[in-house]
Design a protein around this ligand. Structure first.
Ligand code: 5GP
Length: 206
């Protein structure tokens, strides 16, 4: 008898500063077995960020080499820097029955969904877009972070506005008000999406 529900990979997007990292941190308290897909980036670490915990911080040369070797499930250029998701951060975990969350931008989300179409991974992906309550709140949050220059803040806001126009491409949308509530909503999405009859394996029996 096989009555186990499949592990899922949840693509979590939203404009820079909306609070995705805080929601993820809270979600780990609710779902300790969840794997956070650690992205690669060529940008410099921010104060408080740790290599191997926040990102794999790579040189541009190293990033290009891993890209050429076909190691990325997706990659994108964001704010002039490269970001990418390694296959090794997703597939082995799903195979082990562990859920995965990916904090990636809209371009990356589109690429993943295109890359897995028609493969065994297709049904394992779900996508959630986190919107701020308003643009004013997003701006306050970005400024409160204190890690970017005025120019960078303006660029992130502009890009954020563009990204927010894409929310309807996602399976689910959430509005970020309170971190604990957003984390509970994400957990509920995992719980419900895992039980879709359409994604259960052929050998699923009760
Ligand atoms: P930040 O520099 O603020 O950490 O991230 C900037 C943007 O890059 C965010 O919108 C974030 O979602 C996106 N991002 C982070 N990791 C990845 C990744 O692996 N792939 C893609 N496509 N975007 C990413």
């Amino acid at each position: 008898m096989n009555s186990s529900f499949p592990a899922l990979a949840l693509i979590f997007s939203g404009p820079s500063g909306v609070g995705k990292s805080s929601v993820c941190q809270r979600l780990f308290e609710l779902m300790p077995a969840l794997h956070f897909s650690l992205s690669c980036t060529t940008r410099a670490p921010r104060p408080g960020e740790t290599a191997g915990l926040s990102y794999h911080f790579l040189t541009r040369e190293r990033f290009a080499a891993q890209l050429a070797a076909g190691e990325f499930l997706e990659h994108a250029q964001v704010h002039g820097e490269y970001y990418g998701t390694l296959f090794s951060e997703v597939r082995p975990y799903l195979e082990r029955g562990q859920d995965v969350i990916l904090d990636i931008d809209v371009q990356g989300a589109r690429q993943i969904l295109a890359n897995v179409r028609g493969t065994d991974l297709e049904r394992r992906f779900i996508s959630v877009f986190l919107l701020p309550p308003s643009l004013e709140v997003l701006e306050q949050r970005l400024r409160g972070r204190g890690s970017e220059s005025e120019k960078q803040i303006r660029e992130r806001l502009q890009r954020g506005r563009e990204e927010m126009g894409c929310w309807s491409e996602y399976d689910y949308v959430m509005i970020s008000n309170e971190v604990h509530e957003s984390a509970r909503q994400l957990q509920a999405i995992f719980t419900a999406a895992r039980r879709r009859c359409s994604i259960l394996p052929e050998n699923f029996h009760v």
